[in-house]
Design a protein around this ligand. Structure first.
Ligand SMILES: O=P(O)(O)OC[C@H]1O[C@](O)(COP(=O)(O)O)[C@@H](O)[C@@H]1O
Ligand SMILES: [Mg+2]
Ligand SMILES: [Mg+2]
Length: 337
């Protein structure tokens, strides 16, 4: 046995883990590894801001709206600035799609091989009330040649083209969970050492569960198949859990089993969540952990994006629960199950 190649023990630092994973790819140039480190660095800085958000003047609205027409919170803007700065300074990223910016952000790193889509602060409505929030990121390799800014085509790639994806959850503890298409691993931040340590190696999500996460306040606006699925969850005495921060609801269900869904409603026919920096990255992670993600009728990662901030309905989590939701939606639409 090649003892040098054994799996890294729980407690290994993120840095060592990234290096070890890079060794698995003989032709790896280290750029993606460096990009993951840049994201981890920005996460540490944003974590510090969040942890003291009740003390310093960082709470509340910023006074402007983003392209989605949502009031930006100060922490949305701070997190956006921190991540963009780290990605720009890191040099590996040519173009960024951010929830907080209408247009593509060209970093000026024309030699950069990667495009990043990011939700700098997820769960904005929970910032001021000390409930878990997060950051979600998705990484693609550019298709256009280096030497120029990234293009719209570089940004509008389907989820199946992702080379890495992850999220940071700022909760009871701060964790970074990511995949490069080779399993899902979780790292817990130790602030006194300023390091992320491997705490959740090779995460596998249970095939089923007894938790459903949906904003039932909109249930009057659900289509028949979704209503039937919610009814079934209740008939099975599932527990309703809804934090209102996608990252927090997703993370719980990833570890314990369950399903989160934000369906299309008559009010928002495209759903609420954004394909490029919310649905696709979490879909990549859940699939790598043995779960499933769907729009209700098709695999999330096979959706061809048409716009940077397009929305899509999402059903994500334990495989059997997502398939059950799809079956009831198909049935109610009269399509063969
Ligand atoms: O308040 P609603 O309609 O239930 O929406 C909550 C959902 O919206 C979000 O807050 C959207 O994300 P942002 O906070 O990044 O805009 C999700 O985190 C959450 O799951
Ligand atoms: Mg979000
Ligand atoms: Mg956000």
């Amino acid at each position: 046995m090649d003892h040098n190649k054994m799996a890294l023990p729980v407690g290994a630092t993120l840095d060592r883990f990234i290096m070890r994973k890079q060794e698995d790819f003989p032709y790896a140039t280290g750029e993606l590894s460096q990009l993951l480190r840049d994201i981890a660095l920005a996460a540490k800085i944003v974590n510090r801001e969040i942890n003291r958000s009740g003390l310093i003047d960082i709470a509340g609205a910023y006074g402007s709206q983003n392209v989605q027409g949502e009031d930006q919170q100060k922490l949305d803007v701070v997190a956006n600035i921190r991540f963009i700065r780290a990605l720009r300074n890191g040099g590996e990223v040519c173009t960024i799609i951010s929830e907080e910016d209408e247009d593509m952000i060209q970093t000026g790193n024309v030699q950069g091989k990667y495009v990043v889509a990011i939700d700098p602060l997820d769960g904005s409505s929970n910032i001021d009330v000390n409930v878990s929030i997060g950051t979600i990121f998705s990484i693609y390799r550019r298709m256009s040649p280096t030497g120029l800014d990234g293009t719209t085509a570089d940004c509008l790639q389907p989820g199946t083209h992702q080379v890495a994806a992850g999220y940071i959850i700022y909760g009871c503890s701060t964790m970074l969970v990511y995949t490069t298409g080779n399993g899902v691993n979780g790292f817990t931040y130790e602030p006194s050492l300023g390091e992320f340590f491997l705490s959740h190696p090779n995460i596998q999500t249970p095939a089923t569960g007894t938790v459903y996460s949906v904003n039932e306040g909109c249930s009057e606006l659900f289509e028949a198949g979704v209503t039937a699925f919610v009814r079934q969850c209740k008939e099975r005495h599932f527990s309703a859990r809804y934090v209102g921060s996608l990252v927090a609801d997703f993370h719980r269900n990833l570890l314990k089993g369950g399903i989160y869904f934000y369906p299309a409603t008559t009010k928002s026919p495209g759903g609420k969540l954004r394909l490029m920096y919310e649905c696709n990255p979490l879909a990549f992670i859940v699939e790598q952990a043995g779960g499933k993600s769907s729009s209700g009728t098709r695999r999330t990662m096979e959706i061809e994006p048409q716009a940077l901030h397009e929305r899509c309905p999402v059903f994500i989590g334990s495989k059997e629960l997502v398939e059950e939701a799809e079956r009831l939606i198909a049935e109610s639409a009269g399509a063969p199950a």
